[in-house]
Design a protein around this ligand. Structure first.
Ligand code: ATP
Ligand code: F6P
Length: 426
């Protein structure tokens, strides 16, 4: 696992999800984990449903009736197991943000968790998703619940009906959070209103800010590196060179490639401040924005050199970079970690926006891709991201779908394998 050095305060936080079924709690919990992990903050989700399924794999709605003592017993047992594993993780793996993903819809259940957290010196923070949009709830049920492991092999109509009854059973006892002394954030109808109470630490406020920027409208994100550049042809890194002839050809073909994938959807294009991304986006008939934060990883004193030259002139640096590519910072330049830190506002803005296309650079694209695809810090700096390829990302309820669309225009490969410095492959 890559380094986990970033921790602004010495706190451990238990995020306790609250809400009726099909309110997006699991989705929100998983997004928080992905976001924090990307920022090197150790985070993990403990889903009580997974523990419950170990004993009761295919329950009907009656199982969730509060007047069903056996159901109550098994549900409490599942919650206990999840909490036990979470505290173990806090202790043994120096966890920072553990998320307890369950409905936690009653005050008594929340008080019980609160007590356990206080005994362990773990800060409790409640995240409630409240939603009364019937159409959205029905859509959630059809989208994700009828295909849940609880209903495997069952008719979707019957599964949806049973799930509605499950929700009714929860509604009988649901108490929304109103306790003034608790730390909580309440998202009402997917953030159309957000209530926050007693947010104390920096990390909590970061989580709140992130949650406030989320939306669930269908949308896609397209990523592309700039077309092949003059520096790419000679194997030099960094710089601000123009596109090569083939790079210019990619720029000319890009509008058609994009149109085929985007269709009539409105789109905004983001580029870096460097010439090669702007020349690549030049013919795209959409609104364009330039971001300094999308500039390539700064290679400092190695800017303008080839990998071979770097190995010859600075062999220790070259080896150190291979040893830990994510953490290695070029003298006078940046590391992948530095790039992730400066990309954070980009990710936040991407969460807020709908269809966006980003034309950027190899290292920056790897970092953005790693956020969406949950790629570890060990792997992300080594990912192959070929030139002249459009990547379409489509966020779905449980993960992001990826499609790669290759333009039929040859380009050099700028990929360097670990331990290798040979000139770029043709
Ligand atoms: P359960 O209690 O059964 O585990 P859940 O609350 O965890 O349900 P999810 O499984 O996360 O619900 O439901 C995912 C669905 O909820 C997705 O279709 C997603 O688009 C939608 N969703 C995401 N965020 C919200 C929100 N804030 N309010 C309502 N629905 C949401
Ligand atoms: O070679 C193209 C390039 O964008 C360089 O400008 C940059 O230094 C490099 O890729 C980043 O990739 P890596 O981190 O694998 O060296």
């Amino acid at each position: 696992m890559g380094g986990y050095s970033f921790q602004p305060e010495n706190v451990q936080i238990c995020v306790i999800m609250v809400g009726l079924p099909a309110r997006g709690k699991s989705l929100i919990a998983q997004k928080i984990v992905r976001y924090l992990t990307w920022l090197s903050i150790r985070a993990k989700c403990f889903n009580v449903g997974n523990y419950r399924r170990l004993e009761t794999a295919h329950p009907t709605a009656e199982f969730f009736d509060v007047n069903n003592p056996e159901g109550e017993r098994l549900r409490k047992m599942a919650a206990e197991s999840a909490i036990r594993d979470m505290f173990r993780w806090f202790d043994l793996e120096q966890g920072v943000v553990g998320i307890l993903d369950a409905t936690n819809t009653t005050k008594s259940r929340r008080n019980w968790i609160l007590e356990l957290c206080r005994k362990r010196n773990v800060e409790p923070m409640f995240v409630e998703s409240w939603c009364d949009d019937e159409d959205l709830i029905m859509q959630n049920i059809m989208d994700v619940k009828t295909t849940s492991p609880d209903y495997i092999g069952q008719d979707p109509e019957r599964a949806a009906l049973d799930f509605r009854n499950r929700i009714r059973n929860y509604e009988k006892v649901y108490e929304t959070i109103s306790e003034r002394d608790l730390t909580y954030v309440k998202l009402i109808n997917v953030g159309s209103q957000v209530i926050i109470n007693r947010i104390q630490s920096y990390l909590e406020s970061r989580i709140v800010y992130y949650l406030m920027n989320l939306h669930i409208k269908p949308r896609c994100i397209w990523l592309s590196r700039h077309g092949e550049s003059a520096f790419n042809l000679t194997g030099k890194i960094g710089g601000d060179s123009d596109l090569s002839a083939r790079g210019r050809e990619y720029a000319r073909q890009l509008p058609q490639l994009v149109k085929m994938s985007v269709g009539d959807r409105p789109l905004t294009v983001w580029t870096s401040t460097l010439k090669r991304t702007q020349q690549t986006a030049k013919y795209l008939p959409y609104r364009q924005l330039t971001w300094k934060a999308l500039d390539e990883l700064d290679a400092g004193q190695c800017d303008g050199l080839t990998y071979e030259e770097i190995e010859n002139r600075y062999p220790d640096d070259f080896a150190a970079r291979d040893e830990n590519k994510y953490e290695y910072r070029y003298p006078g330049g940046e590391s992948y970690r530095d790039v992730v830190v400066r990309l954070e506002p980009i990710i936040m803005e991407l969460e807020r926006q709908e269809n966006i296309m980003i034309v950027t650079h190899q290292a920056v694209l790897r970092c953005i891709y790693a956020y969406f695809m949950n790629v570890s810090q060990d792997q992300s700096p080594w990912m192959e991201v070929p030139l002249h390829t459009l990547i379409k990302l489509e966020p779905k309820a449980y993960g992001t779908e990826v499609i790669r669309i290759k333009a039929d225009i040859p380009a050099v490969s700028t990929y360097r394998e670990k331990g290798q410095s040979a000139k770029i492959k043709k």
